[in-house]
Design a protein around this ligand. Structure first.
Ligand code: NAD
Ligand code: FES
Length: 282
Protein backbone atom coordinates (compact mmCIF):
# COMPACT_ATOMS: atom_id res chain seq x y z
CA UNK A 1 0.00 0.00 0.00
CA UNK A 2 1.29 3.44 -0.92
CA UNK A 3 -0.15 6.52 0.71
CA UNK A 4 -1.05 9.48 -1.51
CA UNK A 5 0.52 12.52 0.14
CA UNK A 6 -0.84 15.15 -2.22
CA UNK A 7 -2.88 15.45 -5.39
CA UNK A 8 -3.45 18.50 -7.57
CA UNK A 9 -4.83 19.08 -11.05
CA UNK A 10 -2.11 20.93 -13.00
CA UNK A 11 -3.97 21.03 -16.35
CA UNK A 12 -7.38 19.84 -17.55
CA UNK A 13 -7.47 16.06 -16.85
CA UNK A 14 -3.81 16.06 -15.79
CA UNK A 15 -3.14 15.26 -12.13
CA UNK A 16 0.10 15.43 -10.16
CA UNK A 17 0.31 12.94 -7.29
CA UNK A 18 3.01 12.68 -4.62
CA UNK A 19 3.09 9.11 -3.38
CA UNK A 20 4.95 7.30 -0.61
CA UNK A 21 7.30 4.73 -2.16
CA UNK A 22 10.58 4.85 -0.17
CA UNK A 23 12.31 1.95 -1.94
CA UNK A 24 11.64 3.53 -5.36
CA UNK A 25 12.55 7.04 -4.21
CA UNK A 26 15.97 5.95 -2.95
CA UNK A 27 16.97 4.15 -6.18
CA UNK A 28 15.31 5.80 -9.16
CA UNK A 29 17.27 7.53 -11.89
CA UNK A 30 16.02 9.91 -14.63
CA UNK A 31 14.04 8.17 -17.37
CA UNK A 32 12.82 5.29 -15.20
CA UNK A 33 9.20 4.45 -14.53
CA UNK A 34 6.96 2.53 -12.13
CA UNK A 35 4.11 0.15 -12.89
CA UNK A 36 1.08 1.12 -10.84
CA UNK A 37 -2.07 -0.85 -9.97
CA UNK A 38 -4.38 1.64 -8.28
CA UNK A 39 -7.14 -0.66 -6.94
CA UNK A 40 -7.77 -4.41 -6.67
CA UNK A 41 -9.96 -4.28 -9.82
CA UNK A 42 -7.48 -2.19 -11.84
CA UNK A 43 -5.09 -3.03 -14.65
CA UNK A 44 -1.42 -2.13 -14.38
CA UNK A 45 -0.11 1.02 -16.08
CA UNK A 46 3.41 2.41 -16.49
CA UNK A 47 4.10 5.96 -15.30
CA UNK A 48 7.35 7.86 -15.52
CA UNK A 49 8.82 8.96 -12.19
CA UNK A 50 8.83 12.74 -12.55
CA UNK A 51 10.80 13.41 -9.38
CA UNK A 52 11.69 11.85 -6.04
CA UNK A 53 12.63 12.86 -2.53
CA UNK A 54 14.62 10.09 -0.89
CA UNK A 55 14.53 11.90 2.49
CA UNK A 56 10.73 11.81 2.69
CA UNK A 57 10.48 8.55 0.70
CA UNK A 58 8.14 10.04 -1.90
CA UNK A 59 7.92 10.04 -5.69
CA UNK A 60 6.01 12.39 -7.98
CA UNK A 61 3.81 11.04 -10.76
CA UNK A 62 1.89 13.00 -13.39
CA UNK A 63 -1.18 11.24 -14.75
CA UNK A 64 -3.27 12.20 -17.78
CA UNK A 65 -6.79 10.78 -17.46
CA UNK A 66 -7.14 8.85 -20.71
CA UNK A 67 -8.95 5.66 -19.67
CA UNK A 68 -10.23 3.41 -16.91
CA UNK A 69 -7.01 2.86 -14.96
CA UNK A 70 -5.89 6.49 -14.99
CA UNK A 71 -9.42 7.46 -13.91
CA UNK A 72 -9.25 4.97 -11.01
CA UNK A 73 -5.79 6.19 -10.02
CA UNK A 74 -6.68 9.88 -10.00
CA UNK A 75 -9.84 9.17 -7.98
CA UNK A 76 -7.58 8.26 -5.04
CA UNK A 77 -7.42 11.19 -2.62
CA UNK A 78 -4.66 12.36 -0.24
CA UNK A 79 -4.60 10.08 2.80
CA UNK A 80 -5.89 7.11 0.75
CA UNK A 81 -3.71 4.33 -0.68
CA UNK A 82 -2.60 3.07 -4.07
CA UNK A 83 -2.47 -0.74 -4.04
CA UNK A 84 0.82 -1.44 -5.88
CA UNK A 85 3.74 0.68 -7.05
CA UNK A 86 6.50 -1.46 -8.58
CA UNK A 87 9.88 -0.08 -9.68
CA UNK A 88 12.04 1.62 -10.57
CA UNK A 89 11.80 -0.08 -13.99
CA UNK A 90 13.37 0.50 -17.39
CA UNK A 91 16.83 1.66 -18.33
CA UNK A 92 17.76 5.07 -16.97
CA UNK A 93 18.48 7.87 -19.45
CA UNK A 94 22.04 7.74 -20.79
CA UNK A 95 23.42 10.84 -19.12
CA UNK A 96 26.82 12.35 -19.77
CA UNK A 97 28.23 15.72 -20.75
CA UNK A 98 27.17 16.01 -24.40
CA UNK A 99 27.37 19.81 -24.68
CA UNK A 100 24.17 21.53 -25.81
CA UNK A 101 21.09 19.42 -25.15
CA UNK A 102 17.52 20.32 -26.14
CA UNK A 103 14.82 18.59 -24.08
CA UNK A 104 11.38 18.77 -25.71
CA UNK A 105 8.08 18.04 -23.98
CA UNK A 106 4.84 17.92 -25.97
CA UNK A 107 1.86 18.27 -23.60
CA UNK A 108 2.00 15.65 -20.85
CA UNK A 109 5.29 14.42 -22.34
CA UNK A 110 6.85 17.34 -20.41
CA UNK A 111 6.45 15.16 -17.31
CA UNK A 112 9.12 12.91 -18.85
CA UNK A 113 11.21 15.66 -20.48
CA UNK A 114 11.62 17.41 -17.10
CA UNK A 115 13.53 14.69 -15.16
CA UNK A 116 15.71 14.06 -18.23
CA UNK A 117 16.50 17.79 -18.51
CA UNK A 118 17.31 17.86 -14.79
CA UNK A 119 19.71 14.93 -15.08
CA UNK A 120 21.39 16.50 -18.12
CA UNK A 121 21.81 19.82 -16.31
CA UNK A 122 23.33 18.11 -13.26
CA UNK A 123 25.85 16.44 -15.60
CA UNK A 124 27.08 19.88 -16.75
CA UNK A 125 25.26 20.22 -20.06
CA UNK A 126 23.88 23.46 -21.48
CA UNK A 127 20.20 22.56 -21.42
CA UNK A 128 17.58 24.23 -23.58
CA UNK A 129 13.93 23.35 -23.08
CA UNK A 130 11.01 23.45 -25.50
CA UNK A 131 7.61 22.71 -24.00
CA UNK A 132 4.22 23.03 -25.66
CA UNK A 133 0.53 22.55 -25.16
CA UNK A 134 -2.68 22.89 -27.11
CA UNK A 135 -3.37 26.16 -25.27
CA UNK A 136 -2.14 27.98 -22.16
CA UNK A 137 -3.99 25.66 -19.74
CA UNK A 138 -2.23 22.60 -21.15
CA UNK A 139 1.34 23.84 -20.62
CA UNK A 140 2.74 22.00 -17.58
CA UNK A 141 5.88 22.26 -15.43
CA UNK A 142 6.87 25.64 -16.89
CA UNK A 143 8.33 26.95 -13.60
CA UNK A 144 10.23 23.71 -12.99
CA UNK A 145 11.70 23.71 -16.51
CA UNK A 146 12.52 27.44 -16.33
CA UNK A 147 14.41 26.96 -13.06
CA UNK A 148 16.86 24.51 -14.61
CA UNK A 149 17.03 25.32 -18.34
CA UNK A 150 19.57 27.80 -19.71
CA UNK A 151 16.90 28.76 -22.20
CA UNK A 152 13.21 27.84 -22.42
CA UNK A 153 10.74 28.23 -25.30
CA UNK A 154 7.04 27.73 -24.59
CA UNK A 155 4.64 27.12 -27.48
CA UNK A 156 0.89 26.79 -27.78
CA UNK A 157 -0.96 25.49 -30.82
CA UNK A 158 -3.49 28.35 -30.65
CA UNK A 159 -1.06 31.11 -29.65
CA UNK A 160 -2.86 31.75 -26.33
CA UNK A 161 0.54 31.74 -24.54
CA UNK A 162 4.19 31.79 -25.53
CA UNK A 163 4.99 31.34 -29.21
CA UNK A 164 2.20 30.17 -31.54
CA UNK A 165 2.83 26.80 -33.15
CA UNK A 166 4.02 23.28 -32.39
CA UNK A 167 7.14 22.41 -30.42
CA UNK A 168 8.61 21.26 -33.73
CA UNK A 169 8.29 24.80 -35.14
CA UNK A 170 10.32 26.10 -32.19
CA UNK A 171 12.91 23.36 -32.64
CA UNK A 172 13.26 24.20 -36.34
CA UNK A 173 14.00 27.83 -35.41
CA UNK A 174 16.60 26.77 -32.82
CA UNK A 175 18.31 24.54 -35.39
CA UNK A 176 18.37 27.37 -37.94
CA UNK A 177 19.61 29.91 -35.41
CA UNK A 178 22.49 27.68 -34.27
CA UNK A 179 23.21 26.25 -37.76
CA UNK A 180 22.58 22.85 -36.22
CA UNK A 181 25.02 23.28 -33.31
CA UNK A 182 22.99 21.05 -31.00
CA UNK A 183 24.61 17.89 -29.63
CA UNK A 184 21.52 15.98 -28.53
CA UNK A 185 17.74 16.30 -28.78
CA UNK A 186 15.44 14.43 -26.38
CA UNK A 187 11.77 14.39 -27.31
CA UNK A 188 8.76 13.09 -25.40
CA UNK A 189 5.10 13.56 -26.26
CA UNK A 190 2.46 12.30 -28.69
CA UNK A 191 3.73 9.89 -31.33
CA UNK A 192 3.14 12.28 -34.29
CA UNK A 193 5.26 14.86 -32.45
CA UNK A 194 8.12 12.45 -31.78
CA UNK A 195 7.97 11.29 -35.39
CA UNK A 196 8.08 14.92 -36.62
CA UNK A 197 11.02 15.77 -34.33
CA UNK A 198 12.84 12.70 -35.57
CA UNK A 199 12.31 13.64 -39.24
CA UNK A 200 13.56 17.18 -38.59
CA UNK A 201 16.72 16.23 -36.70
CA UNK A 202 17.56 13.46 -39.17
CA UNK A 203 17.79 16.12 -41.90
CA UNK A 204 20.38 17.93 -39.79
CA UNK A 205 22.24 14.87 -38.47
CA UNK A 206 21.43 15.65 -34.81
CA UNK A 207 21.42 12.62 -32.50
CA UNK A 208 17.90 12.28 -31.07
CA UNK A 209 16.40 10.13 -28.33
CA UNK A 210 12.68 9.54 -27.75
CA UNK A 211 10.89 7.97 -24.78
CA UNK A 212 8.22 5.54 -25.99
CA UNK A 213 5.07 4.59 -24.12
CA UNK A 214 3.50 1.53 -25.75
CA UNK A 215 0.97 -0.61 -23.87
CA UNK A 216 2.73 -2.31 -20.95
CA UNK A 217 1.45 -5.13 -18.74
CA UNK A 218 4.14 -6.62 -16.49
CA UNK A 219 6.93 -4.10 -17.17
CA UNK A 220 9.58 -6.80 -16.81
CA UNK A 221 10.06 -8.19 -20.33
CA UNK A 222 7.77 -11.24 -19.84
CA UNK A 223 4.52 -10.47 -21.70
CA UNK A 224 5.71 -8.92 -24.96
CA UNK A 225 2.96 -6.28 -24.81
CA UNK A 226 5.36 -3.37 -25.17
CA UNK A 227 7.22 -4.56 -28.25
CA UNK A 228 8.45 -1.93 -30.65
CA UNK A 229 10.53 -2.10 -33.80
CA UNK A 230 13.85 -0.29 -33.56
CA UNK A 231 16.46 -0.53 -36.30
CA UNK A 232 14.59 -3.52 -37.80
CA UNK A 233 14.76 -5.46 -34.52
CA UNK A 234 12.03 -6.18 -31.99
CA UNK A 235 12.69 -4.50 -28.67
CA UNK A 236 10.71 -4.46 -25.44
CA UNK A 237 10.25 -0.87 -24.28
CA UNK A 238 10.05 -1.90 -20.61
CA UNK A 239 13.48 -3.53 -20.42
CA UNK A 240 15.34 -2.34 -23.54
CA UNK A 241 13.94 1.21 -23.22
CA UNK A 242 11.82 3.22 -22.79
CA UNK A 243 14.34 5.51 -24.53
CA UNK A 244 15.56 4.71 -28.04
CA UNK A 245 17.45 6.32 -30.89
CA UNK A 246 14.61 8.20 -32.62
CA UNK A 247 16.10 7.73 -36.08
CA UNK A 248 15.74 3.95 -35.76
CA UNK A 249 12.18 3.76 -34.36
CA UNK A 250 9.33 2.52 -36.57
CA UNK A 251 6.74 5.09 -35.43
CA UNK A 252 4.05 3.93 -37.90
CA UNK A 253 4.17 0.37 -36.59
CA UNK A 254 3.87 1.61 -33.00
CA UNK A 255 0.92 3.86 -33.91
CA UNK A 256 -0.83 0.87 -35.50
CA UNK A 257 -0.35 -1.24 -32.36
CA UNK A 258 -1.69 1.54 -30.11
CA UNK A 259 -4.78 2.00 -32.32
CA UNK A 260 -5.56 -1.74 -32.08
CA UNK A 261 -6.58 -1.38 -28.42
CA UNK A 262 -8.59 1.83 -28.81
CA UNK A 263 -12.13 0.31 -28.77
CA UNK A 264 -11.38 -2.00 -25.82
CA UNK A 265 -9.98 0.96 -23.87
CA UNK A 266 -13.09 3.05 -24.56
CA UNK A 267 -15.32 0.23 -23.32
CA UNK A 268 -13.25 -0.28 -20.16
CA UNK A 269 -13.34 3.47 -19.45
CA UNK A 270 -17.14 3.49 -19.81
CA UNK A 271 -17.44 0.62 -17.28
CA UNK A 272 -15.02 2.41 -14.97
CA UNK A 273 -17.07 5.63 -14.95
CA UNK A 274 -20.16 3.60 -13.97
CA UNK A 275 -18.17 1.76 -11.25
CA UNK A 276 -16.72 4.94 -9.74
CA UNK A 277 -20.11 6.70 -9.80
CA UNK A 278 -21.66 3.74 -7.93
CA UNK A 279 -18.80 3.72 -5.40
CA UNK A 280 -19.18 7.47 -4.77
CA UNK A 281 -22.94 7.07 -4.11
CA UNK A 282 -22.40 4.32 -1.50
P1 NAD B 1 -1.23 17.02 -27.38
O1 NAD B 1 -1.87 16.25 -28.43
O2 NAD B 1 -1.98 18.10 -26.71
O3 NAD B 1 0.11 17.64 -28.00
C1 NAD B 1 1.06 18.30 -27.17
C2 NAD B 1 1.99 19.10 -28.03
O4 NAD B 1 2.72 18.23 -28.89
C3 NAD B 1 1.31 20.09 -28.96
O5 NAD B 1 1.01 21.28 -28.27
C4 NAD B 1 2.37 20.28 -30.03
O6 NAD B 1 3.34 21.22 -29.66
C5 NAD B 1 3.01 18.90 -30.12
N1 NAD B 1 2.42 18.14 -31.22
C6 NAD B 1 1.27 17.45 -31.24
N2 NAD B 1 1.08 16.90 -32.45
C7 NAD B 1 2.13 17.25 -33.21
C8 NAD B 1 2.52 17.00 -34.56
N3 NAD B 1 1.77 16.27 -35.40
N4 NAD B 1 3.68 17.53 -35.00
C9 NAD B 1 4.46 18.27 -34.19
N5 NAD B 1 4.16 18.54 -32.90
C10 NAD B 1 3.01 18.05 -32.44
O7 NAD B 1 -0.61 16.06 -26.30
P2 NAD B 1 -1.25 15.60 -24.92
O8 NAD B 1 -2.73 15.48 -24.99
O9 NAD B 1 -0.66 16.34 -23.80
O10 NAD B 1 -0.76 14.11 -24.88
C11 NAD B 1 0.50 13.82 -24.59
C12 NAD B 1 0.87 12.57 -25.33
O11 NAD B 1 2.13 12.22 -24.86
C13 NAD B 1 -0.05 11.39 -25.16
O12 NAD B 1 -0.25 10.84 -26.44
C14 NAD B 1 0.73 10.44 -24.31
O13 NAD B 1 0.52 9.11 -24.66
C15 NAD B 1 2.13 10.86 -24.63
N6 NAD B 1 3.04 10.65 -23.51
C16 NAD B 1 4.17 10.00 -23.81
C17 NAD B 1 5.03 9.69 -22.80
C18 NAD B 1 6.24 8.93 -23.14
O14 NAD B 1 6.89 8.41 -22.27
N7 NAD B 1 6.56 8.86 -24.41
C19 NAD B 1 4.76 10.08 -21.52
C20 NAD B 1 3.63 10.82 -21.25
C21 NAD B 1 2.76 11.09 -22.29
FE1 FES C 1 5.53 -6.94 -20.79
FE2 FES C 1 7.28 -5.10 -21.60
S1 FES C 1 5.45 -4.79 -20.55
S2 FES C 1 7.31 -7.24 -22.00
Amino acid sequence: MHNVVSRDEIAPSVVRMVVEAPAVASKRLPGQFVVVRPLEVSERIPLTIVDSEPASGTITLIVQVVGATTRELTSIQPGENILDVVGPLGRPTHIEKFGRVVSIGGGVGTAVAFPIAKGMKEAGNEVWGVIGGRSRDFVILEDEMRSLCDRLVVTTDDGSYGVKGFVTDALRRLIEETSGAIDLVLAVGPLPMMKAVSALTREHGIHTVVSLNPIMVDGTGMCGGCRVEVGGEIKFACVDGPEFDAHLVDFDNLAKRLRAYHDMEQQADHQCKIGLATRNKQ
